[in-house]
Design a protein around this ligand. Sequence first.
Ligand code: FDA
Length: 456
Amino acid sequence: MNQPNREVITRDVVIIGAGASGLTAATELKKAGLTVAVLEARDRVGGRLWTNDIDGAMLEIGGQWVSPDQDALKETLAELGLKTYPRYRDGENVYINAAGDLSRFEGEIFPVPPKTEHEIVSLIEKLDSLVAEIDPDRPWAHPRAKELDEVSFSRWLETQTEDQEARDNIGMFIAGAMLTKPAHAFSALQALLMAASAGSFSNLVDADFILDERVIGGLQQVPLLLAEHLGDDVHLGQAVRTLRWTENSVTALTDELEVNARFAILAVPPILISHVEYEPPLPRRQQQLHQHLSMGLVIKVHAVYETPFWRDNGLSGTAFSPYELVHEAYDNTNHIDPRGTLVGFVADEEADAMFRLSAEERKLRILTSLSHYYGEQALNPVVYYESDWGSEEWTRGAYAASFDMGGLARYGSDLRAPVGPISFSCSDMAGKGYQHVDGAIRVGRETAAAIVEAAR
Ligand code: FDA
């Protein structure tokens, strides 16, 4: 029943969520001649893409980097006329070992004892060859999918090498750096999907590949420009509370709007699908499978300084250590900015521990960790900011969602299966580009194409 105070709109497709995925889908549908309404809960578009001015510094609080294989994102950047610039990487990187010793290095392999280096190289080779067998769009189809999904990534690493430092480093690339969950909390299959989504495990290990470029003015311009082109079809501050559906119609209800459509796309992180009320309820399979996904947790920390002082010391700004609170950090200086910016990441259980502290104590602990890499000067930024995506009602974690142990093999193939007129679209459901903007765009395009076909 329509509430008397709700405005009623009728469109071919209602899209719930104005992130990169939903806006891409809406754009493609409109190009194909269908009418759309995009309903966004927040008072801004972009979801996990968010560029903001913090105390006079332009910071990318969510996604920002573009890598060379991300063709879908690159095509969108070109279409929108957005330009990129390379991440600063001249000079030496730093690594801190378990004893707290710092060494400088160049290339991809950390300066570890020769035996550990040998183990790291051989683990990378093993992972690369396993990843080559995985189709990122169908990881559950691998002949050993079930077996690989039953073993945690940390346990799998233990079966491969006795070298703790090798395990800690390889584990970090997927755990702290990507899924932002402890390596005991996700399966080897989930780890292989993460690597396969980027083309290979070697690509993930290579910061110069995976964190290659940024967009001048920030990556949020992608959703901002897509939304600008969609104009009045994007409705902000419209959290969808209820979806009423039949086999061939759907009604999305917000507090102010009722949108009647032939199709709906839920372009929200999969953990938020069950926060909408469905009339009738979604089928058993969907109600079950959404319970087996959860968001990771990472604090993205920005520290802005008067100058990029580490460069004077011959450092690139790239820093790693599985033994540091900030397990990875980079030079994140904006395009043609005289000030220097560092970005660092605190993941999973370390992030839990930090959020138990007062803001002051947390800042001190995080800056102290940065100072271990860059020296005392890192302790005194002029601007300091920690992302808190876990507190955002419409995201609830960072970077993205992944399955629990066994969930990918058991439920993965149904994650994107439409239910009646309802389709699902999000970076967290992508194969190639999984958990990245590239994946959000790919899935958005594919979902739109399927609806255009069905609408014929
Ligand atoms: P996204 O979550 O962005 O959008 C979903 C939208 O749905 C949101 O706008 C939300 O408000 C809305 N919504 C939810 N429920 C709703 C409801 N009931 N009604 C209406 N609207 C609703 N990627 C990358 O490529 N490079 C990078 O460097 C990084 N780094 C990075 C750092 C950090 C800190 C984060 C959090 C994320 C990244 N990422 C990234 C990941 C990247 O940002 C992410 O994969 C995509 O932006 C996700 O886009 P989607 O559109 O799929 O979901």
